[in-house]
Ligand binder design. Structure first.
Ligand code: ADP
Ligand code: ZN
Length: 707
């Protein structure tokens, strides 16, 4: 310890090319190296992999990593090999000879890590193999799969308790990013981790901004507007409930000019594979998918996740939205949900063949999800609370924090809505009920004589959509239920009585006009990338294609940005870049340096194109950047990027584009000077997030042009 570099730290730096540990990584790693068992609860993107990879390199023998998905194993092994780590996997994608070769490497002690599918681990052949090998540790990834409470229960995980019985002296580390309290209990019980140290870093994903909006019948348009305004040309996933909706939505988004690809279990496997590969390798692909997509996808730069339907539980919602922003940069979770979602999910649950207890659990989970949709307080606090976590203050980065919803006294309207259900004998759906309230006399209403009930035509104060929203809220809050026969008829529950009798006032979220919230400050830096950036990216793609791996396995965007900013000119300097360890330096160092040398004098941004000139012309005519965006049908970010390019060329002054006090401008310039070459994010944070990224990008563009 005394001045000696710690072995775990040297591995972090030399093999993985990172400067320091994040959060609890070091404590976990030391605990496992010393032979202790650990249960690690860490949010997605928190850096779980290193928690077993580094002990695997330091402890003698091979680490056996249990992982539920083939794609995930392949990615991890590819990434480890890039760092010169001896890793392999055993799963159904290997043929017999390939598998035998891996087995031989294991027996010969030539592997640091071996990834294995859980069902394989239980086989007699594997058990024999393990007896012949020297095992450093067992890592059980996605440990929540052991629990029936969780949402991806995998029975094979239950057999993993045998590992402990057969190899009691080998340390085990179980890891998960989603485990509520009962799931946690299950993991401990079924994996026999009673004596394991618990490392709980909570589940918060502070870089994800949550938005949940009402679907007012135009969710698709709202989603498109949201993408255009916030994530033009960026990668995202959009979830829908049905295959048909997946296909319709993908086709529609494509017609609107996005690169949108469908993904669901009904597509031919080759097509699914192709769409997944394009999502991983190309820029700016949006995948529209059923829940079948995403598990085991490690793509770090997914900038948004959209939901066009209500997920069936908070766990599912959190896991799906959690696929955004693994790289820690700002990302969005956007959802639109409506009455029909609630009714469909309730019916699916009622019709399912599950046992009563299972149905009750599912019902509770859906209720919790609905509760999250309807709350008027901080979404993140509610989410974390659900997972047994705690956040002291409202987060400031969800829709409810950013634009607090208005509420209204819904008592009288609710009484009318409930009593209309009662008067029409609790047999009808919402559309019918709303027609009665609004006094529409159609053939059905007349036939049933409901044009003569006391609630006929008493609802003129609200529109049809507002009544529908109210019914949705009443169902969501448990005053009404969808009937058991499955015809979608609405019934009163026992909770409705106090409201009907006027004993319980009701305050509800006011329906809002559908309008996408623009990201205020933290939109992904809308910077124009320079020639070096593009050249490095091209170089990375060539390397990745040659090896058949995704580009981020070679090096990720954070590394790319550092290279672009620092422009190292020697191998030694290159080794100091985040994410470049000894092996990558050896394999790719010369090539990267050559690219940097060839482009080091290239201007930081590409020559100003026609489109940028056009934006500048409109600005000179007196339009604001937002108006230009609207007039040209572009995202505001794109327009700011144009204007920054024109500023960099010297043809516009920064003051022409943005309004800032002179003192503010000085302050920003000083911050850039102080953090020379460190990128927008650093400056953004150094200034306490007070200035939008596009403001900073414009100021930065002006720096080179100052006399
Ligand atoms: P998780 O499995 O928890 O979702 P990963 O292990 O995939 O997270 O790590 C997320 C990202 O963070 C990866 O790109 C990884 O290389 C990076 N990372 C992890 N630990 C560190 C660290 N100490 N310093 C810098 N980057 C790190
Ligand atoms: Zn919040």
């Amino acid at each position: 310890m005394h001045g000696e570099p710690h072995p775990a730290l040297s591995v972090l730096q030399e093999v993985f090319g990172f400067d320091q540990f994040r959060g609890p990584q070091q404590a976990i790693i030391e605990h496992v190296i010393a032979g202790g068992d650990a249960l690690v609860l860490m949010p997605t993107g928190g850096g779980k992999s290193l928690c077993y990879q580094i002990p695997a390199l330091i402890r003698a023998g091979t680490a056996i990593v249990v992982s539920p998905l083939i794609a995930l194993m392949q990615d991890q092994v590819a990434a480890l090999e890039q760092n010169g780590v001896r890793a392999a996997y055993l799963n159904s994608s290997l043929d017999y000879h390939e598998a035998v070769e891996v087995e031989n490497r294991l027996r010969a002690g030539e592997l640091d890590l071996l990834y294995v599918a859980p069902e394989r681990l239980a086989t007699a052949r594997m058990q024999m193999l393990l007896d012949q090998a020297h095992i450093a540790l067992f890592a059980i990834d996605e440990a929540h799969c052991v629990s029936q409470w969780g949402h991806d229960f995998r029975p094979e995980y239950r057999q993993l308790s045998q590992l402990h019985q057969r190899f009691p002296q080998v340390p085990r580390i179980a890891l998960t990013a989603t485990a509520d309290v009962p799931t946690r209990g299950d993991i401990i019980e079924h994996l026999q981790l009673e004596n394991a140290a618990l490392f709980n870093s909570g589940f918060d994903r502070p870089n994800i901004r949550y938005h949940i909006a009402e679907n007012q019948g135009n969710a698709r348009e709202a989603l498109l507007r949201f993408i255009r305004e916030n994530h033009d040309g960026e990668a995202g996933i959009v979830y829908c409930l049905s295959r048909k909706k997946v296909e319709d939505t993908a086709a529609w988004l494509s017609r609107q000019g996005l690169t949108a690809l469908p993904y669901h279990a009904g597509l031919p496997p080759e097509q699914r594979q192709e769409h997944q590969t394009r999502f991983l390798r190309e820029d700016g692909v949006v995948v529209v998918a059923t829940i079948a997509f995403g598990m085991g996808i490690d793509k770090p730069d997914v900038r948004f996740v959209g939901h066009l339907n209500l997920p069936k539980s908070i766990e599912a919602y959190y896991q799906e939205t959690g696929r955004a922003g693994r790289d820690g940069l700002p990302a969005d979770a956007w959802m639109a949900y409506g009455l029909q979602d609630v009714i469909t999910l309730r019916q699916m649950q009622q019709d399912s063949s599950a046992g009563d207890q299972q149905k009750r659990i599912e019902q509770q989970k859906l209720d919790a999800m609905l509760g999250l949709c309807e709350i008027i307080s901080c979404r993140r606090q509610a989410l974390l609370h659900y997972f047994g976590d705690h956040l002291d203050a409202p987060c400031g980065n969800c829709d409810n924090c950013l634009t607090p919803p208005e509420t209204w006294d819904a008592t009288v309207a609710a009484q009318k809505a409930l009593s209309c259900v009662y008067r029409t004998e609790q047999r009808f759906g919402v559309t019918y009920l709303v027609d009665v309230l609004l006094g529409k006399s159609n053939e059905r209403i007349t036939r049933f004589g409901h044009d003569r009930v006391s609630t006929f035509g008493i609802g003129a104060e609200l529109s049809a959509n507002e009544w529908k929203a109210l019914y949705r809220q009443l169902i969501a809050s448990g005053y009404l239920s969808v009937d058991m026969e499955g015809h979608g008829g609405i019934r009163l529950t026992a909770n409705a009585k106090p409201v009907l009798r006027g004993e319980q006032p009701l305050t509800l979220r006011k329906p809002v006009k559908a309008k996408a919230t623009r990201r205020g400050k933290a939109g992904f830096p809308a910077q124009g990338h320079g020639a070096l950036w593009e050249a490095l990216r091209e170089h990375r793609k060539t390397l990745a294609d040659a090896q058949g791996v995704p580009a981020y396995v070679i090096f990720n965007d954070a590394t790319l940005a550092e290279l672009d900013e620092q422009r190292p000119e020697s191998l030694a300097a290159l080794g100091g870049i985040t994410g470049i360890g000894a092996r990558k330096l050896e394999d790719y160092g010369e090539g990267i340096l050559a690219v940097i040398t060839a482009h080091k004098n290239a201007p930081a941004s590409a020559p100003v194109g026609d489109s940028a000139q056009e934006s500048a012309t409109l600005l000179r005519q007196g339009l604001t950047p937002e108006e230009i965006a609207q007039a040209r049908g572009l995202a505001p970010n794109t327009v700011y990027r144009h204007l920054a390019d024109v500023i960099a060329s010297g043809a516009l002054a920064v003051e022409d584009v943005i309004t800032l006090e002179a003192a503010e401008l000085d302050q920003i310039r000083a911050a850039f000077t102080q953090h020379t070459g460190q990128g927008l994010k650093v400056v953004f944070e150094a200034l306490g997030g007070r200035f939008d990224y596009h403001v900073l990008a414009c100021v930065r563009a002006s720096l080179g042009t100052q006399a």
